[in-house]
Design a protein around this ligand. Structure first.
Ligand SMILES: Cc1cc2nc3c(=O)[nH]c(=O)nc-3n(C[C@H](O)[C@H](O)[C@H](O)COP(=O)(O)OP(=O)(O)OC[C@H]3O[C@@H](n4cnc5c(N)ncnc54)[C@H](O)[C@@H]3O)c2cc1C
Length: 354
């Protein structure tokens, strides 16, 4: 394997077993402006940048008279109404509404929230009835969802939709799907039509004819693992943490088993349902035909994710953060200057005379 460390030169290393778990990346389409103007929601860094942007924009807009620039700063657009998109959209709406208390210059009508979804519904993981509840909830909070609508262009921050609408938006978040990390294509391992590493239920990489590639393992978003419960999409496990975390544990046990000359065991996990947070106090849960909406679902969302967070140290940090916010309110301090950490220092730094 060739290893490219973030510092220093590349080097090669011999291995007996390789585990491919490079995850997924945002899947985009060649829509004008998207690559330059939009931001994904796949990494913590992206999430922090989005949070900082909306906080900064409120501060800037509060100092401006009503007009085009103020509207642009207060307009948020999210493309893609799947789980991640709806959660992003609803959480940003929640943050924006909470920040209005700090800015008497701004009203809820000054803020514009647009979600663009190509299909005729949002959140395919929940029932149609539950998804309609989500739409009503968002509408009641001042957030507009454009169904059956596609983004045509985002050039220069001007959003143009297939329904003819045009508006300027300073924050455009792209959440219209993910694809396996393309790095898996450079590994010489069998990859299926959708770009995922072909894997068996034992999480061993397999050729198209089903034979095992000795010493190669794959799990998570970058792999096509058969869903033996029969509930998957196209027969494969869907890309989510529910599967990824469990596959990782099964993979580790199977790898040890193979090293010991024992047989690996099939990965099988029945979907536990879906739970989404839609901003403080709002949530939705669906398991089969059973659905919970509103505040109880939000509590379930926090409870489940607190429990699902790997490692006690992480659990304490995350849940501790929630408790702190509950006690003292949201932290709306922006850290956007962190992107240019030397700017303040350099502005006043003495330089040698030319
Ligand atoms: C906004 C959002 C909300 C979500 N909410 C939920 C939810 O509520 N429930 C749920 O079940 N799922 C949720 N998911 C999906 C879930 O996050 C993923 O399915 C899960 O993280 C996949 O795990 P993974 O280990 O396969 O990949 P990742 O978690 O993406 O990890 C892959 C790792 O590999 C690293 N990597 C990539 N390339 C290389 C390389 N060449 N060399 C070395 N390292 C590399 C990456 O930096 C990354 O750290 C959500 C996803 C998003 C984006």
């Amino acid at each position: 394997a060739t290893i490219e460390p973030s510092a220093g030169k590349s080097y090669t290393a011999k291995y007996d077993h390789i585990v491919v778990a490079a995850g997924s990346v945002s899947r985009t389409f060649p829509i004008p402006g998207v690559a330059d103007e939009a931001i994904g929601m796949k990494s913590i860094e992206e999430a922090i940048a989005v949070r900082d942007r909306i906080i900064d924009n409120f501060a800037k807009a509060a100092n401006l008279p009503k007009g085009k620039e103020r509207d642009r700063l207060l307009t948020v657009t999210v493309i893609g109404g799947g789980f991640a998109g709806i959660e992003t959209f609803a959480e940003l709406r929640s943050l924006a509404t909470a920040m209005l208390r700090q800015y008497p210059e701004l009203t809820i009508d000054d803020t514009k929230f647009h979600m663009v979804e190509a299909m005729s519904r949002v959140m395919p993981e929940v029932s149609l009835k539950t998804s309609l509840w989500v739409l009503r909830n968002l509408a009641s909070r001042g957030a507009v969802v454009h169904l059956d609508t596609q983004l045509k262009s985002a050039k220069g921050g001007l959003v143009e939709l297939s329904n003819g609408m045009k508006f300027e938006s300073d924050l455009i978040v792209w959440t219209a799907g993910v694809m396996a990390n393309p790095v898996v294509n450079s590994m010489g391992l069998p990859v299926e039509e959708r770009g995922r590493v072909r894997s068996s239920a034992t999480l061993q990489v397999t050729n198209a004819d089903g034979t095992v590639v000795t010493g190669a393992w794959a799990a998570g978003d970058d792999s096509a693992v058969p869903d033996l419960t029969g509930n998957g999409v196209g027969g494969m496990c869907v890309p989510n943490a529910q599967h990824a975390v469990r596959q990782a544990k099964r993979l580790a046990k199977n790898l040890v088993a193979v090293l010991r000359g024992e047989n690996p065991v099939d990965y099988i996990h029945k979907n536990l349902g879906a739970v989404a947070g839609l901003g403080v106090g709002h949530g939705v849960f669906q398991s089969g035909k059973f659905a919970v909406t509103g505040f109880p679902a939000w509590l379930m969302h926090r409870g489940y994710h607190g429990l699902a967070m790997p490692m006690w140290e992480r659990k304490f940090r995350v849940v501790g953060g929630w408790i702190m916010q509950f006690l003292v309110g949201r932290d709306t301090t922006t850290l956007s200057l962190r992107e240019h950490p030397q700017s303040y220092f350099q502005a006043y730094a003495s330089r040698p005379a030319k």
